[in-house]
Write a protein of this length. Structure first.
Length: 87
């Protein structure tokens, strides 16, 4: 999913609906305690989701959300947010 695969990004748009409350519609959070996702690579985002799903990274909310994602959904949502710039 390097550089935000457009097909995966489009498929990830519906999955991302769960993420926007905290991370913003374009990956820019309105709260300093929630990280921005815009500007991050799809590889980093996917690795983070896999780490939450496996319990290697700990966060009550993210762990639960990541566990519910299929592998394809994780790839797609990572590609979706990788398409947005930081600003």
């Amino acid at each position: 999913v390097a550089n935000g695969d457009k097909k995966a990004a489009l498929a990830g748009q519906s999955v991302a609906a769960k993420c926007v409350a905290c991370h913003g519609a374009k990956g820019i959070s309105t709260q300093p305690s929630w990280p921005n996702l815009a500007g991050l690579s799809s590889e980093y985002l996917l690795d983070s989701l896999k780490s939450y799903k496996a319990g290697e990274r700990k966060d009550g909310m993210m762990g639960g959300i990541a566990k519910d994602l299929s592998d394809a959904d994780a790839v797609n949502v990572a590609a979706h947010f990788a398409n947005f710039a930081c600003r």
